[in-house]
Structure formats: structure tokens, C-alpha cells
Design a protein around this ligand. Structure first.
Ligand code: ATP
Length: 460
């Protein structure tokens, strides 16, 4: 059994099985944009559903929002993004490829086992490191770079009907500000008492130079984010709690704990009290999957300053007034999707073949049940009847083409946890065979039992 897939295997499986395609493919693609296919969109929706269940539904004091992607530009002044959300980039003078200086150093350091942290270096120090170590352009292999320049990562656009009344606006580079600017709205409308949290799932956009690790780093991606507002003093405990909850979510999704690790940030933002990532062992190595930050009362204080709206919260019991602290937990849905696929991918050697099977947690699988008539002519009508009924309760697939073995393999590759075979026994006795994806074992159930059996086994 192999479950250490290369990125190439994951990308090929995604393309061939309708999980993820290159964006705008018929026009030659567009660098680092990806489209989710019929199977992929289901898996990703299930990832988001599971997250929402754990971080909103199962929490008394959590409230969801869905804020606008386009926000008043003052928001980005307050958050600091207009001034300093940038990456150190340098261009290759030979082939014109643009690279991130910190990435070049990180890759080099990883390969040569050097302990260095580009986050702590100035641009001059990074340039010197790249020169001293003769680091080459990843595209053409030559060493001839421009100096480092800082590039803002926000995508700009403009609103307004005529040229002269256009205002510059931005596609949001993170979802977090949607939660912060709605702190007062949510607190008042829901009569929320601190500590409480605001959660959101939504798209974010960053004009990143990416090293091409499939959906790991893209220019358009989705974040699942949770901002907990609390009183100063409670923040340390909540930070620890969210570190644990973030890990519990991943383990509950079926991750092996040994493929995950905490990594404290080497360098903290000036306002932050603590920050760490959870990393996953991707095919290209250990990389950030999500972040947990103790952001103090920096965010709400900045919005108070820039909007002139008081962000003071009054404790209804003690009448004490304060600007709440924020503990942030943020995870990329696409980055998690990639981790889920890598973790689930297995190759098993059977007698005469290799079986590729995605051992997804059943709650994440695109289809929960595949309905397979043994013989189209004799069993097709009954199978269609079963499909019609069960697809009211969960996603089902229907497949009548090819040998039953081939049909099982196709379902294994997309992670369908159960296959239901309709045969003569179904017609004569109302029983069906249920085949389990992981063990390939089979049991017999009466048709009436199937719905509850599947519902019971696909819970997150
Ligand atoms: P990185 O260091 O990898 O650039 P970050 O620390 O800037 O990430 P945050 O701003 O903390 O990331 O965003 C929270 C989460 O959003 C990340 O942990 C990651 O899962 C996801 N994320 C951030 N940038 C991207 C991207 N370009 N593509 C896909 N997911 C991303």
C-alpha cells in the first residue's frame, strides 16, 4: 500500500476524474487558476460544511456572516494592507521570470539544510544571501537578478461609470476584515456577549508569484475564518483552545496526527502576542495549512481610529468598557482540499492490478453511494427507482457501463464509500449488496434499510 503520492499523481487523478481542472484550459490556461469539476465541487463543499458544523453549528456563541468582497478602501488603510501588504520580488534579467526573494532563499535553505529565516532579513540582506550563494532563477537557471522591489499583493480595480469619477477599490486579500467591520452589527443584532466569535467562508485574492504547487498557492482562493472576540486576559486561554480545535478539526476529518505539526512563527507582527501555523506534510514538504493568531485589540482599535465609530464593548454585568481582543483562526479551503486529497490517496497492490483508492472521510466524499445495476437490461429499471428515492437524501451516482469490477474501481478513485449492486436478488427479494470502499467487503441489506445505513455512516 502506498499513500505518499507525488503531486503529479494527484494532479492527474484530479483532471481525469472530474475533481479539478486547469482554469480557462481551452485558451491555454491562466497561471495558477483552477476550476473545480463535478466531483471536486462536492468534496470542497463538504469540507466547508464540516468546518461550518464544527465552528459555527456546534458553538453556542459563534455567528456566521457572508460579507461583501468589495469593501470601502478605508478598510484596507485601517488594516494596513494598502501600506504594507507586499512581497519582495525580483526579476530575472535573462528570462524576465519574476520570483519571490524569500521563496528562493527558503527553497535553497531547505535543500542545503541551512538554518535561515528570510522573514527576519532586510531586502539588502536577502539580495546578499542570494548573491553569496549564487542562487539561480528557477525558470532559466541563470544568476542575473534585478534588485528586490516590494509588490503589493492586492488586486486593484475601479468603480464608477465615467473615467473621471472612478475610485480605486480592491478585491479583498483576506476575509478577516469582513468579520471585524461587522463586529458591532453582529454584537447588537444577536445580543452577543463577549466572548463570542464571527465566522465566515469566502473568496480572497492575492496577486502572488506562485511556485506552481497546484492549488496550494493560487491568486484566487477561499478562506474559512473564525475571529473570537474576548476580554484581555482571556486571550491566552482562547489561543490555546483554538490551536487545539484547529488540530481536532483535521483529525476529525481523518488526518493522521503524524502528518501534522505546529510551527510557531519566527517573527511576530508588532501588535501580535502569539502566532502559529499548523503544517501538513505535502508532497513538496512541510507547509502551512492554517494559522492561529492572538491579534490583541489591534484590529478593532484600528477600525475605531479610521471609522470614528466606537468599538468599545460594555460588559452587561460589570459595566466595564473595553475594546475586545481577537484570536483568529484561518484556514484555506483549497489548501485543505489539497491536503485532504494527498492524505486520502492510496495505491493498493491487488493480485493482478493496482487499486487507486481515495480513502476520504465519508462525510467528504462527493457521492455517498453509487448505484450499479449488474445488468442494464434486467436491473436498470429497479436501479433507477432506487436512485430516484435515495438521491433525495444524499448524493448518489448511477453507473451502468462496463464490468462491475471497473465500476467499483472508478468509484474507489473518487472516494465513494459505498456501492450498491442491483441484481436478481433485488428483483426477487428486495435485497441489495453493499460494498465497502476501504475493505472491499460486501454485506446484504434489504432496500428499506439502505437509507438509514448510509445516513448513519456519513456523519462528520
Ligand atoms: P503563506 O505564508 O502561505 O503565504 P499566509 O500566512 O500569508 O500564508 P494567511 O494570510 O494567514 O496566510 O491566510 C490564512 C490561510 O489562508 C493560510 O493558512 C492558507 O491556508 C490560506 N492561504 C493564504 N494564501 C493563500 C493562497 N495564495 N492560496 C491558497 N490559500 C492561501
Amino acid at each position: 500500500m502506498e499513500n505518499n503520492p507525488t503531486m503529479e499523481k494527484i494532479v492527474n487523478l484530479c483532471k481525469n476524474r472530474g475533481i479539478i481542472f486547469a482554469g480557462s484550459e481551452i485558451y491555454g490556461g491562466m497561471g495558477n487558476t483552477w476550476d473545480y469539476g463535478p466531483i471536486g465541487v462536492e468534496i470542497k463543499n463538504n469540507i466547508k460544511r464540516a468546518w461550518w458544523k464544527m465552528f459555527v453549528q456546534e458553538n453556542k456563541n459563534a455567528y456566521g456572516v457572508d460579507a461583501a468582497i468589495l469593501m470601502n478602501s478605508r478598510v484596507w488603510d485601517a488594516s494596513g494592507h494598502t501600506a504594507s501588504f507586499s512581497d519582495p520580488k525580483m526579476d530575472c534579467k535573462e528570462c524576465k521570470a519574476r520570483s519571490r526573494a524569500d521563496n528562493l532563499i527558503e527553497e535553497y535553505a531547505k535543500k542545503h539544510n541551512i538554518d535561515v529565516c528570510p522573514d527576519k532579513m532586510t531586502n539588502e540582506e536577502m539580495e546578499k544571501f542570494i548573491d553569496d550563494h549564487k542562487i539561480n532563477c528557477p525558470k532559466c537557471g541563470k544568476h542575473n537578478f534585478t534588485n528586490i522591489r516590494q509588490f503589493n499583493l492586492m488586486f486593484e480595480t475601479s468603480r464608477g461609470v465615467t473615467e473621471d469619477n472612478q475610485n480605486k477599490i480592491y478585491l479583498r486579500p483576506e476575509t478577516a476584515q469582513g468579520e471585524f467591520v461587522n463586529f458591532l452589527n453582529v454584537q447588537r443584532s444577536m445580543r452577543a456577549k463577549v466572548p463570542f466569535s464571527i465566522a465566515q467562508i469566502g473568496k480572497a485574492f492575492r496577486n502572488e508569484v506562485t511556485p506552481g504547487n497546484f492549488i496550494f498557492r493560487t491568486i484566487e482562493f477561499e478562506q474559512m475564518e473564525h475571529q473570537l472576540f474576548c476580554k484581555e486576559g482571556q486571550d491566552v486561554e482562547f489561543y490555546e483552545e483554538y490551536k487545539q480545535k484547529a488540530m481536532d478539526y483535521l483529525v476529525r476529518l481523518g488526518f493522521n496526527r503524524e502528518h501534522l505539526r505546529y510551527k510557531d512563527h519566527d517573527k511576530l507582527a508588532f501588535y501580535a502576542k502569539a502566532a502559529c501555523d499548523i503544517q501538513f506534510k505535502y508532497p513538496m514538504g512541510w507547509e502551512e495549512l492554517n494559522g492561529i493568531h492572538n491579534r490583541t485589540n489591534h484590529d478593532l482599535s484600528r477600525h475605531q481610529e479610521y471609522s470614528n465609530k466606537s468599538m468599545l464593548y460594555m460588559d452587561p454585568v460589570t459595566n466595564e468598557k473595553y475594546i475586545p481582543y481577537v484570536v483568529e483562526y484561518s484556514i484555506g479551503a483549497d489548501r485543505l482540499m489539497l491536503a485532504v486529497l494527498c492524505e486520502a490517496y492510496n495505491e493498493e497492490k491487488l493480485e493482478n492490478e493496482t487499486r487507486v483508492v481515495l480513502k476520504l472521510h465519508p462525510s467528504l466524499a462527493a457521492n455517498k453511494l453509487a448505484i450499479l445495476p449488474l445488468m442494464k437490461r434486467d436491473h436498470g429499471d429497479k436501479a433507477n427507482e432506487i436512485y430516484k428515492e435515495l438521491s433525495k437524501h444524499f448524493m448518489c451516482d448511477y453507473d451502468e457501463s462496463g464490468s462491475i469490477g471497473k465500476r467499483y474501481r472508478r468509484q474507489d478513485e473518487i472516494g465513494t464509500p459505498f456501492c450498491l449492486t442491483v441484481d436478481d436478488n433485488t428483483i426477487n427479494n428486495n435485497t441489495v449488496t453493499i460494498r465497502f470502499r476501504d475493505s472491499m467487503e460486501q454485506i446484504t441489506l434489504s432496500i428499506d434499510e439502505v437509507k438509514d445505513f448510509v445516513l448513519k455512516n456519513i456523519q462528520f
